[in-house]
Design a protein around this ligand. Structure first.
Ligand code: FES
Length: 65
């Protein structure tokens, strides 16, 4: 699904780059080589980035006691 119409960034593109450790949508867009333009997509993109880091941090929690 396209999240950013101006740049053609998809949810997959955003999640893939966020997994490399970037924590903001603007940083992810810069890494993709096309920075935010109109900004309408940023709220959705931030949510996706947040989801990536939430799922990553949950999977690395040490459950040993
Ligand atoms: S829709 Fe992403 S910058 Fe415009």
């Amino acid at each position: 699904m396209y999240v950013c119409i101006c740049n053609g960034h998809s949810d997959r593109d955003i999640k893939k780059v966020a997994q490399s450790g970037l924590r903001t949508a603007r940083d992810v867009y810069a890494q993709l080589g096309k920075p935010a333009r109109c900004g309408r997509c940023l709220q959705m993109a931030e949510k996706l980035v947040q989801e990536v880091h939430e799922s990553t941090s949950q999977s690395t929690v040490d459950t040993r006691v």
